[in-house]
Write a protein that binds this ligand. Sequence first.
Ligand code: SF4
Length: 235
Amino acid sequence: MIDLRRIVVRLSAAYGADRDSEIRDPFALVLYENIAYLATDDRRRAAFNALRRSIGLTPRKIAAASDAALIAAASQGGVYPELRAARMREAARLVLDEFGGDVAKILREEPKRRRQLLKRFPAIGDPGVDKILLLSRTQPVLALDSNGLRVLTRLGVAQEKKSYAATYRAVQEAAGEFGARDFDLLITANAVLARHGREICKRTAPLCELCVINRSCAYYRTIPKGPTLRRPGQT
Ligand code: SF4
């Protein structure tokens, strides 16, 4: 069994802290998902900060903003800004109309109901729910984006399944008690696995010879080896 704690420690030594993990407010996390589409992290962060500066991040401020202001902020996050502006307004109306403007009420629901309610927000599926629950420190869960999931399947934590959802569940199950009740470790894992997947363990042509965890990787053991470019302390 792969020592996930050791992998995360090694990656966090390579990458350091991640600024996304500083967002803890659940409604702000919904906005963060919707403010950009097919955008780099830097662009998503810039669009989110533009929204924060120009309008604010509360349901009341989003609902009261003009279409033009919402679209202007969403435009910084890539294509279809009108659609994403409408989705942010829809999310705000949901919190105002059904939860009195207090999204924290959703987090106090029992787990199954809480997940159902969070999935009513635009662009929030099970991985998005997990991210909200983790970063808001509501539930210690291994939350993974597509990049982090790819890293863990290539490492050999679990086999890839026919669907993304099935692979996601298989990896979470295989990870078992990793990080149980340890929010800090799980938040770090979410950030560094995502970054490793984006920058090194790319979907096509992963940069395995530069990877600091290649000695622990099942995929790496199956590929022909090129010249060794091992870094000091490589795991
Ligand atoms: S060795 Fe290659 S496939 Fe394995 S985690 Fe590193 S980059 Fe990904």
